[in-house]
Structures are given as C-alpha cells and as structure tokens.
Design a protein around this ligand. Structure first.
Ligand code: DAH
Length: 348
C-alpha cells in the first residue's frame, strides 16, 4: 500500500517545479512536501505499520523522494536567485556621466612652493641648497658680516636673544654666507643659496612679522663683478615673474657688501605704468644684494686680492605676496585653510 503512495508522490514530484516563477511559490512547495506535516515528511508515520523486513526498503524510498525534492529545490532556487541578480543589475545601471565626488587634497604651503621653484632654478645653475642654524651666534649673524658690536646697523635687526648677548635667533640668513665660506675652502667656486627662517623684534602687522623667511645667495670665485650678479638675478626674476620683466639696480648700503644695491623689478602688474602694487612707481624692490665686502672675505679666510663674490638676499614672503597678490603677511602663518585653498585657485 505504501508503495503505491510512494509511486504517486514520485509522479507528483515530476514536473512539480516547472511552473515555479518566484521564491514564495518555491517556499510554499517546500512547506507542502517537506514541512512538519508535508507530504513526504508524513510518510514517516507509516513506518509503524510496515513489517520489519520492509522497513529498510521503505526508508530508502522515502529518502529517494527527499533527494528528488531537494535537488529540484536547489536547482530552481539557484535559477531564481540568478534571475533576481540580473534583474537588479539591469535596474541599477551606473550613470557614468555623473561627476565624481571631489576628494579634497591637501595643498603645499605657498611659501614652500615658491622656495622650491627658486631652488630649482638655482640648482640648474650649479648652486647648492644649504641650511644653517636658526639659533645663531652673534659672531656669525653680525661680527663676521662686518657689523661689529655697537654698530648702528644692528638697530634695524634687533632680534631675540637666547643666552646673554652671544646666542640669538638669526635676524637674517646672511650668517650662512660666513659658515659656507669657512667650510668651502678649496672647493671653489662657492655657489649656494640658503632659504630659511629669520626673526626680528617687530610688531606684527600686514607687512611685518617677527618671523619671516629669506633666501640668501652667495657666489665666491675669481673676477666676479656686478654684471654677474645682475645676470643671475635676471634669470630668477624672469622665471618667477615672466620673460618681459626688467631688473634694475639701485645704489644701497649693507655692511657686508660693497658696492651694495637694491634689486628692483619692473612691475609685472602694470608693466611700469604705475599701479597699487608698485605704489605708482612702476618698480618693485625684491632683494638686497652686492659684491662681497673685502672684510667679509678676509674674516672667512679668503684673500680679497684673489677672490671676489656676490651675495643677495630675497624676502620670501614678499616675493610670494607679489606673485600671488596677497596683501597681508600674516596669511602665511595663521593656518587658515580657506586662504590656502585660495592659493590653489590662483595657481590654476
Ligand atoms: N641680510 C640683508 C637683510 O636682511 C639682506 C641682504 C642684503 C642679503 C644684501 C645679502 C646682501 O646677501 O648681499 O636686510
């Protein structure tokens, strides 16, 4: 009797899955056949009535039915899942015409950027980029630059003293000239630039800062003249501000150069006509420079009869302020990200 039941169920299973179109229909079938009271599960209740010698065979038949159901179930389930994924993919097409979300990158500090540009130009002319201490000795910062104790030129460079009167925060990068000459003997020509921080006891305002940066330069060789200096300055000016910019030297006075000059460039903004940037003069001062004073050469062990050189000092913030049209030096030091992003835009 059970054999007939099993045979009928087998026939029923055949073709049972062909019309299943969705997962809920499939789950209904599972409950109907394999659930607690499902058609296949309930076959187990017959076991009591089956003679012992036939129980094994009966069990095998029931298992066969189970396997048939499960195999079909898995096949159809996989098919339905695949169809579901394909359907989803069809609906969720990616719109590649949408602009991507912009990732905010950090920006290099604008001063560093300018300094790197200057470094590259000088390196291409064979200069070394050197470093010097920010905590400096009076000897290098003043004395060996021909500014003895009590010299009135010290007033303009009042700085911060660390220990007594001998150790100070350097008021200029010029002491690196001395340090380089002392180290460089026998390796002439000396060609170096030194970008670095400097300090002065200034009250901070739009054009003054107690901390600022200079880019020092020194060349020591034989037969060096002002025209060498002018040619060199010309290269860097044209690179930074444009090929049409003209350089002009004005007589000036520094204790460590003789003759000394102020370096002016023709205003890149108004091309010399006169505007706010050049204060209507058509010219902008960007550096101090000159021919290295014989005393300075002598103090560092160079005989001025044989050796000569030129030196220059740029104000880094001043150059950046001109180049990027910034009207307050404090912008470089107050870490306002909005300003830094502004610089990025100005670069575009
Ligand atoms: N050290 C000077 C200053 O801070 C700038 C300067 C002028 C540097 C002339 C030089 C130079 O090397 O030759 O005002």
């Amino acid at each position: 009797m059970y054999k007939e039941q099993i045979e009928n169920l087998k026939k029923e299973l055949d073709g049972l899955f062909t019309n299943i179109n969705c997962k809920s229909e499939l789950e209904d079938l599972k409950i109907k056949y394999m659930g607690k009271n499902g058609k296949i599960t309930s076959l187990n209740q017959l076991i009591k009535e089956i003679p012992n010698e036939e129980k094994k065979e009966f069990g095998m038949h029931v298992n066969e039915l189970r396997n048939i159901f499960n195999d079909n179930y898995i096949t159809i389930n996989n098919k339905l899942e695949e169809a579901e994924i394909n359907e989803k993919l069809k609906k969720e097409t990616i719109d590649i015409s949408l602009p991507a979300t912009k990732i905010k990158n950090g920006s290099p500090n604008i001063l560093e950027k300018l300094i790197e540009e200057v470094e590259e130009v000088f390196m291409s002319m064979g200069y070394d980029v050197v470093d010097g201490p920010e905590i400096e000795e009076d000897k290098y910062n003043f004395e060996m630059l021909n500014i003895p104790k009590g010299h009135p030129a010290r007033d303009a460079q009042d700085t911060f003293y660390i220990e007594g009167e001998e150790i100070l925060l350097r008021s200029q990068t010029s002491p690196v000239q001395v340090r380089t000459m002392l180290k460089g003997k026998g390796k002439e020509p000396i060609r170096m630039i030194c970008p670095g921080k400097t300090y002065r006891r200034d009250d901070d305002d739009a054009t003054h800062s107690h901390q600022f940066m200079q880019i020092e330069g020194l060349l020591v060789d034989k037969n060096i003249s002002l025209s060498d200096l002018k040619g060199t300055i010309d290269v860097i000016v044209k690179k930074l501000f444009g090929d049409d910019i003209v350089t002009r030297f004005r007589p000036s006075y520094y204790q460590f150069t003789e003759p000394s000059v102020e370096v002016d460039i023709s205003c890149f903004n108004c091309k010399g006509k006169g505007c706010n940037i050049c204060k209507k003069t058509g010219w902008i001062t960007i550096a101090g420079a000159g021919i290295v004073h014989p005393n300075v050469l002598k103090m560092s062990g160079y005989d001025p009869k044989t050796w000569s050189g030129f030196a220059f000092g740029f104000g880094a913030e001043r150059m950046a302020m001109l180049k990027y049209d910034i009207n307050d030096i404090r912008v470089f030091y107050n870490t306002d990200l909005r300003e830094i992003r502004n610089f990025d835009r100005r670069e575009d």
